[in-house]
Design a protein around this ligand. Sequence first.
Ligand SMILES: Cc1cc2nc3c(=O)[nH]c(=O)nc-3n(C[C@H](O)[C@H](O)[C@H](O)COP(=O)(O)OP(=O)(O)OC[C@H]3O[C@@H](n4cnc5c(N)ncnc54)[C@H](O)[C@@H]3O)c2cc1C
Length: 341
Amino acid sequence: MKAPGAEADVLIVGQGIAGTLLAWECERAGIPFRLAAGAEGAPAMVSRVAAGIINPVTGQRLVKSWHIESALPVARAAYREIESAWGVKVWREMRVRRIFKNERERRTGLEKTARGELAPYVVAAEMDGLWIEGAARVDLPVLLAAAQEHWTRAGLWRSETVDLVAETARYDLVVDCRGLAGALDPAWVTVPWEFSKGETLELAVANLPADVIPNSGHWLLPVAQGAAWCGATHTPGVVDATPTADARKTLEGSAAQLLGGQLYTVTGHTAGVRVNLPDRHPVAGRHPVVARLGLLNGLGAKGALLAPMLARQWINHLAEGVPFDTAIDVARFTTTHRGSP
Ligand SMILES: Cc1cc2nc3c(=O)[nH]c(=O)nc-3n(C[C@H](O)[C@H](O)[C@H](O)COP(=O)(O)OP(=O)(O)OC[C@H]3O[C@@H](n4cnc5c(N)ncnc54)[C@H](O)[C@@H]3O)c2cc1C
């Protein structure tokens, strides 16, 4: 039921990967919604610079991505449905060639593979690295542009910067999908946000296999014929999105190494800020005081994998009253806060 004067039940604020997938799930579930994407001058959207890689086994300790078994099938199904609904190509199955950086990583990789800990994504290890199956690339620039076009045509998309709390008087629910801007808003002051700046280089380079992502700490992602991205740096605590000469130098070194001396040219350089939580889980749920205000944020370095699963949790909550998974519920922070003196 709509709040008085509202044009829809739900207002989704922000149209990065979080807002886009939430709008998609609302549409599928028949929940009336509107999308307010930031107007000119709104904080930059990190989803535009993200590589969109989904990698089932990550980190120096080579661990399976959190909830990969449940999140990957949900993500694959959502992006494929979007492809057929909107006539765009956004999902590409890939393999990651994880090259061991040092002896410790090699030992970890060999031992975990031998124990079957990384199955079914890694089934065999070689002396210099692993093949990780079940990876993918989501073409976020294509997805975001198609979403904007689709919902603009439906009259549901607006380029405007809104005051969320004011909008809660007009909608049953306003969901904050503003990424960095949401994390910096005093409305969510009880959430212990963390930030990590990341930078990526765009390269012109010939003859790369289209379905392989070499990774040795930094990755090399073939994005089109003759084009690849190399990334990404991690600088904790930094919230500006300006490309730096230091990161460019580091990434040029990694690109040269991953390409084994093959020539390339740098054609672009982008930067953005990841929003994380200390437990490395994303965050969703209702505001502890203003129940008409909701949140979907903290996607960290895994927005492409996690956004479909989190959007699905919101729909289950709205349609059937299912509580959020306690590992992602914003209440995991607000409960502690309320209980403290
Ligand atoms: C260099 C780099 C590489 C990355 N690579 C990957 C990768 O390979 N795979 C992966 O899964 N993830 C990757 N990530 C992480 C990924 O970018 C994030 O997880 C994801 O994009 C976060 O999406 P979001 O929708 O939460 O935020 P955003 O994409 O930032 O979207 C927020 C939106 O809110 C809007 N907004 C802000 N204020 C307002 C307002 N007041 N009113 C209306 N709208 C507003 C903004 O304009 C924007 O549209 C990478 C990140 C970086 C920095």
